[in-house]
Design a protein around this ligand. Sequence first.
Ligand code: DCP
Ligand code: MG
Ligand code: MG
Length: 584
Amino acid sequence: MAAPPTRLDNRIVLHFDYDCFYASAFEVEQPVLKSLPLAVQQKQIVVTCNYEARRRGLRKLQLISEAKKVCPDVIIVLGEDLTKFRDASKDLYLYLRSFVWGDRVERLGFDELFLDVSDMIEYNVDVLNRNDLENSFFHLDRHDPTIGFAYDATRFHGPTFPPDSEIVSDRLSAAAWSEAETLHIKLLVASHLAGYLRRQLEHQKGYTATVGISTCKAVSKLTGNVHKPNNQTTLLAPYDARENGPESNVIRFLDSHDIQKIPGIGSKLARSLKDHLLNSGRGLDSADGAPPTDNKTTVRDVRLFPGMGPVLLEKILGGPGSPKGIGIRIWNLIHGVDDSEVLEARDFPTQISIEDSYRQLETFEEVRRELIALATSLIRRMRIDLTEKTEVEDQTADSKTDHSLNPKTRWLAHPRTLRLSTRPRPPANSSGVRTYSINRASRSAPLPQYVFNLEENMDALGERLVHDLVIPMFRKLHPEKSGWNLSLLNVAVTNMVESAGEQKRSSGRDIKRMFQQQETILKEWKVPELDSAQPDIDLPVYEDSTWEESDEDEAIPSVICRICSAPIPHFAQAAHEVYHSAPD
Ligand code: DCP
Ligand code: MG
Ligand code: MG
């Protein structure tokens, strides 16, 4: 058996997942909904529902008709227009980002965030007073010791894995400050930061989140799942196994997980691993004496399989089409070692795309009308995500008062390219069943400058853009006169070029000002979001895998999503596509 990978646990990473995100966006607008069962509908499905609805038996990705049966008094709201969720996602991202030193804040889809808080934690561990841990103070600003919050550093905030509340104060008093315990105290301090951020998010923004606290992205994401919703989990040290010492908590935590649940190991890789373990004759019993089972292959089964290591993994998973070094990457992952960094925050997305799916789109007039609607909403989104209000301060007035600021809008970035994509609906096969397709045809062209004119009316710009450019592109994609039977239209701008001038904003530094005029500043900041769920280019780090839960509705016949490999029930395909194509 190959040696386990070397651990480098010098970072602290928090993973945030907002609770019932779309439903919360409605609850924030109408707090009365919080205590009622609430479901968000897209097409014929419940894309999400609040926890009151879940308590009454509703589930994500359930048919609306079924939901109404299960809970007749369910309140249904429409969630096909993603504007509300995009805006909330961006607002919460900017809010949490404003606390973090070093700006390593990465979005994953709409409702997840990774925060690399290593610097803040290191600083706060350094300033702890070992003689009075109970009355500790967490510094949120290096330059102003008054900004922060009081906490008790003799214990963890919130639940831990393994659940253990005894061990802590003991450890801290004795050999606690040795090198080996550094991770322990870092995690402890981080658990208080996570608790504080969750409270702030709830009180200032009205959203609750579930947080995982560990040393890398993959493990903190998984750790968060232990206590859901509105809670947090810290994966306790030690992470490295010691001879005759305590076992590694990461290994203990990961071992019982289905291999497919590991972020970075999607269903395709999991399938190959399962097949190998089952077919290589020795079965799974090598790991724990249990007979091989078809439905669950755990991390432990893979890790302890005879001969397992980076070389064997490369043999099983490598080959044409798979990324280089996949063997070592997966070997690391099953030991909870994920060295992918939390990416530095960006001030604007790498692309913006707007699309809609259709049952029937056959005539030219329909296509033209839809393209104008999409182009207009693309321009609206560009104005939100790619511009910022620069504040010209009136030197003579008190800078704290809002009306002393004279906002002027400027473009942060100019996309150079416009792309049109369409998806023809494949013909029905001989048995009358349509096979599902996500194959898109697309065409790109330079984006004309006039779309950046902020004085011009958006509808007029949308119409002009469609007539000048999008319709000719459409004609090239579909030279036939009619009968295209399209199921999807997508317009996107890509190839962003950052405007010159502005210095990169560094968060942490701004925290004092933020505390003083929190509301004003957050309202005024028009900094666009990071675009992390792009449909067909620049996918996140783990291209061939899923970070998303995929255990919904396993009994329902489903198709495998070609983007994330998750099994998607037939009725949920439309919503699932919306999910992937959401530009941020
Ligand atoms: N979403 C979607 N289609 C999917 C999955 C999710 O449209 N197939 C949307 C609706 C969710 C949001 O994305 O509100 C976030 O997805 P989550 O899986 O995190 O679900 P929730 O945040 O709603 O619930 P939870 O409390 O389980 O995190
Ligand atoms: Mg969520
Ligand atoms: Mg999520």
